[in-house]
Design a protein around this ligand. Sequence first.
Ligand SMILES: O=C([S-])c1cc(C(=O)S)c[n+]([C@@H]2O[C@H](COP(=O)(O)O)[C@@H](O)[C@H]2O)c1
Ligand code: NI
Length: 416
Amino acid sequence: MTTHLWIDAGAGVAGDMLLGALVDAGAPLGGIQAAVDAVLPATVRLVATDATRAGLRACKVDVEVLATDQSDRRWSDIRGLLDSAPISEEVRTTALGVFALLARAEAHVHGVEVAEVHFHEVGAWDSIADVVGVAAAVHLLGITSVSAGPVALGSGTARTSHGVVGVPAPATLELATGWDVAPVGEGELTTPTGMALVRGLTDSCEGLPAMRITASGTGAGTRDVDGRANVTRVVIGELDAAGEVDLSGPTPQPLWVLEANVDDLDPRLWPGVLESLMAAGAADAWLTPILMKKGRPAHTVSVLCDGAHRAALREVVLTHTTTLGVREHSVDRVSLGRTWQSVTVRDEQVRVKVSLDADGNIVHATPEFEDVRAAAAATGAPARVVLAEATAAAHAARTGTGPTSTPATPEAPTLP
Ligand SMILES: O=C([S-])c1cc(C(=O)S)c[n+]([C@@H]2O[C@H](COP(=O)(O)O)[C@@H](O)[C@H]2O)c1
Ligand code: NI
């Protein structure tokens, strides 16, 4: 089951607006504050209040800064803060991905190298808190995929540390390249941080997808203007609305494969690279030994992922390996309908991944090996026997031909 987040930025998006919408949808403010505190100890306090925007109730999140801020930080300062903070790898990867996008956009519009980028407003503590807060909220809500609709950028001018700039601000425009834009509204409706959050969370620009909606939230922007509610909305739902088991048979799912050939990485680093890729949301990650030009032994690192995780995973490949580039191509994955089933083996619970055909018959039953290992350790039975018993119990439970739990001291069954 996929817990999907859809972002409605049709009236604009900024970091605090998206954070307000996620809090309104149920993300716990205490958990978000804890993640922000881990990056910026005793520096900012998040306060959520109800506000009204053009007659709509919305959640306004204010970031109260508790100390004097220098607000002019290099990209390397922010990377250092995020790299060393005791936060989950998912939150770190998302926040780093968003700031990497901001750094690239700033480098592009000012014509400097990424390493030379100085953030002004977007590097201030309140912006760091918005980015880390949104990353933490997404994680705390258990979101597994993200998409967003067209973004309203606004019009007119904005007063910034660069002076007065046209709207969309240069960095926002750069970040919006390749995204659909809704041509509505006056003023700076979308900020660089808001646009970077959208692009960092997803590559998928679409209308509200078909799903069973479980929550929604509305986040308030700073200004209240007549005729258009200055809000960002989020909608959260379960994408497989038909129920736990998808019996529609094999259906192609659009995914991405990211790849790079690498011949100069210390081989001891590869297991950690694969771990980081899986932690950052890869559906699968693997290495293939290859022979490169000049007869050099090397590896291709391959990552399978959905569009929502593509940008963050590209960043992991670029930062955790020595490659200078990543090849990306879209693929269709065709998979069997599947579900998880819990069976009892020798009084221990073992989860079994069950693949089903269009009639609901089991094609494969694969016990979760960590559960098998734990059950074997708890009961003293060989893991080989627990594995076979869990497989047999899953088949029996599905076909109704036997008990869902095996006896306490059975003979080891023959593997099906
Ligand atoms: O802070 C930086 S580097 C910055 C760059 C730019 C460019 O477009 S270049 C614009 N701004 C303006 O700062 C405020 C705040 O932005 P947030 O993303 O932190 O909400 C906004 O008006 C931007 O246009 C800042
Ligand atoms: Ni700038």
